[in-house]
Design a protein around this ligand. Sequence first.
Ligand SMILES: NC(=O)c1ccc[n+]([C@@H]2O[C@H](COP(=O)([O-])OP(=O)(O)OC[C@H]3O[C@@H](n4cnc5c(N)ncnc54)[C@H](OP(=O)(O)O)[C@@H]3O)[C@@H](O)[C@H]2O)c1
Length: 255
Amino acid sequence: MAMENKKLLKGKTCLITGASGDIGRSVALLFATEGGRVIGTYHKNAEKARSLENLARKMSLDVNIKSLDVANEAEVINFFNELNEKEKRLDVLVNVAGHSDRRVWFAKPEELTAKEWIEVFNTDLIGMFNCCKEAAKIMFRKKIKGSIVNFASAAGVTGHVEGFPYTAAKAGVIAVTKSLAYYFGPKVRINAVAPGNIDAGSIRWYDERAKELLANEASLRRLGSTDEVAKVVLFLASDMSSFVTGQTILVDGGI
Ligand SMILES: NC(=O)c1ccc[n+]([C@@H]2O[C@H](COP(=O)([O-])OP(=O)(O)OC[C@H]3O[C@@H](n4cnc5c(N)ncnc54)[C@H](OP(=O)(O)O)[C@@H]3O)[C@@H](O)[C@H]2O)c1
């Protein structure tokens, strides 16, 4: 019997925050390749957003990019209200957007201010939560069996000697994901991925020697690629994981 070659996200509208970033770009391209109608967001990097849109157009993929600051509650609510009016459906939300500030990342505990803690939490935890609740409202209103995937981090499980507000916020993402799964079930599933050291984003702030040390933390003795993360996100977003909710999958090469 011939195997059915059905695209995993055919007919699904997928919103991906942080699509202008390294991992978000891979998620957006993979989702569109799998037949999804992709709406991606960027915050400050309009150039990377445009380059993603152009590449998708060349590949005949359905990717549209919009601007969104997830740390701005009013903007998030407006964004989802517009989405509710303009789009027929919302099947998948992937919260990739994550705070990115080299100074805050490398700051020692005694150097960190409350303002910086709040800034990280506003994006990585509260912003993510607000997007989850607004997306779920649309999914419930339109009677869609949706799927939400949040970006946590392996550092939210193991802790890390840098990025103190970040590790705390990412641990919060794991807990909020678990809690929302109880609240959103049985209609909407919600899970998280927790990447380890991926050759992307903040890892690029390290020199080659430091990157080698990070790579050797993993049993697989290398950094992960953005595509390897995207494939796990696809599993969680699609019906392939139809009996999975409230979980966090580590994509860390075995730390
Ligand atoms: N790289 C790793 O090894 C690693 C490990 C564990 C977890 N993660 C997580 O994976 C996710 C993606 O990381 P990445 O490596 O791809 O980093 P990245 O390239 O720096 O991407 C970060 C993305 O978040 C967006 N963003 C930042 N602040 C925002 C805000 N206030 N509102 C909306 N969007 C905002 C950025 O938009 P603009 O660029 O347009 O401003 C960008 O699209 C993050 O959640 C990160 O914490 C990464």
